[in-house]
Ligand binder design. Structure first.
Ligand SMILES: Cc1cc2nc3c(=O)[nH]c(=O)nc-3n(C[C@H](O)[C@H](O)[C@H](O)COP(=O)(O)O)c2cc1C
Ligand code: SF4
Ligand code: SF4
Length: 426
């Protein structure tokens, strides 16, 4: 059995699975039940003001039979008074001293407001803070959440204000609604952040009702943008984690959030540099018990890989993530169809014929049956056929021998120095 405990920026946790700040962490009742179910930590639903909300506020993007492939919300921060939350945080920490409780905070960008809330909340025994610079709706209209999180100077300054009084670690939660997340991540680091977390939700409109012409969701016939999360946002979150993890100026631990639904997702985030993960939508969809599979799956995975601890896993894929200009232009793969497993649905042929390189030929065997064969000279290795193929293993992408590796950057250098003898890619 591997050691699942983590020490994330000085915050100790029995495992790397935390509930993200959201409805599942809205009260002591819920967080205590989550800890009983096996979650290592919880980031309490964001504390702050005002205590108000709207109805209705959620929408699911169902895709091809899958419920909640994406999830959209227009909810605000906590709907409970600060004193009530603080009392319940205190009681929960007392009952579960070894579990992690992080307080998510949001206040107006004023130094004294940050000082006041940090001191008040720290007094009840939290293990750390997460500054919510991410909520894209409601709070942002009043200069908080993503409105702060989109301005690097405000991220830096507010992080500094929290750090001036915090005795426990400060995590800065970033908004994905920005062109380059490394800019705000760097600002957080400059402000003294002990760690960063990402992503909060992405600006979205879940849908429009074809009969009523109302937005989905709507409030008395009016809609506004909400925040998107769930499985659909995982690739976006993973990229943002990877971009920060490979950036040497952002040298703080990362908590990975966005579409984590099972242990495999968690492992991907950790391989890409996350020291732990947070989960919201998957818990809202399936309940707290999903953590059991996450813990078992991660344990078995680490054992299979011969790794003793989660920390041995973190960042293993980061060196493999770089710039387009570092990719080998001469590397070549081609599609190969396994006629034994192919069910002749023809999807790959149509995809390649209509939208790729017209290199899957339909041939006739001696017995008169049709079969498909890739004309490998013309295949560019785009992967499309293997992506549309409904049968696992019917199409393999095969690496084939190619010229000496040469990246775009090397090619540029070679062009500037034509006498170097390197044969250029056409
Ligand atoms: C209904 C709802 C409410 C949320 N409220 C908060 C919040 O109060 N504070 C916060 O930092 N993030 C909030 N989030 C964002 C989540 O913490 C998380 O960053 C996001 O949902 C991505 O993770 P997921 O794909 O696992 O859901 C909320 C998300 C949802 C769906
Ligand atoms: S990899 Fe792309 S180009 Fe090659 S056969 Fe498949 S679809 Fe066609
Ligand atoms: S998509 Fe897959 S199963 Fe369908 S014809 Fe092509 S290889 Fe065969």
């Amino acid at each position: 059995m591997a050691d699942l405990r983590i020490n994330f920026a000085g915050i100790k946790s029995p495992n790397p699975f935390w509930l993200a700040s959201a409805p599942p962490t809205n009260s002591g009742y819920q967080v205590q039940r989550a800890f009983e179910a096996g979650w290592g930590g919880a980031v309490w639903k964001t504390l702050g003001e005002p205590i108000l909300n709207i109805s209705s506020r959620f929408a699911g993007t169902h895709f091809n039979g899958q419920r909640m492939a994406g999830f959209n919300n227009t909810e605000l921060i906590t709907d409970r008074p600060l004193e009530v939350n603080l009392k319940e945080i205190y009681e929960t920490k007392k009952r579960f001293p070894n579990h992690t409780i992080i307080a998510s905070l949001m206040v107006e960008p004023q130094q004294e407001k940050w000082h006041e809330i940090v001191k008040r909340v720290e007094a009840v025994g939290v293990d750390g803070f997460e500054l919510n610079f991410g909520c894209p709706h409601g709070m942002a209209e009043r200069g908080m959440g993503a409105a702060s999180g989109q301005v690097p100077e405000l991220v830096e300054k507010q992080t500094m204000w929290a750090k001036e009084v915090a005795e426990t670690p400060v995590i800065v939660k970033l908004t994905p609604n920005i062109t380059d997340i490394t800019a705000t991540a760097y600002a957080a680091v400059q402000g003294g952040a002990d760690a960063i977390s990402m992503i909060n939700t992405i600006n979205s409109l879940a849908g429009v009702d074809l009969d009523t012409w109302n937005t989905i969701p709507h409030v008395a016939g009016k809609g506004a943008h909400g925040g998107y999360c769930g499985p659909a946002v995982k690739p976006i979150a993973l990229n943002m984690v990877a971009e920060c993890a490979r950036n040497s100026t952002i040298n703080v631990p990362i908590s990975g959030i966005g579409g984590v639904s099972d242990w495999r997702d968690a492992v991907e985030f950790m391989l890409m540099g996350a020291g732990g993960v947070q989960v919201c939508t998957a818990a809202m969809h399936h309940g707290f018990s999903i953590v059991e599979d996450m813990v078992d799956g991660l344990n078995n995975y680490l054992d299979d890989k011969g790794l003793d601890s989660v920390e041995d896993l973190v960042g293993k894929s980061v060196p493999k993530y770089s710039d387009w200009g570092d990719l080998d232009l001469n590397y070549k793969t081609v599609a190969r169809i396994n006629t034994d497993t192919c069910i002749n649905c023809n999807k790959c042929h149509i995809a390649c014929e209509d939208t790729a390189h017209q290199c899957i030929d339909m041939l006739t065997a001696k017995d008169g049956s049709n079969y498909l064969k890739v004309h490998e000279e013309d295949c560019v290795g785009c992967n499309l056929c293997s992506i549309v193929c409904p049968v696992d293993g019917a199409i393999d992408m095969i690496e084939i021998p190619s010229d000496e590796p040469m990246t775009w950057k090397e090619r540029e250098t070679a062009i500037k120095q034509p006498s170097c003898g390197i044969s250029l890619v056409k």
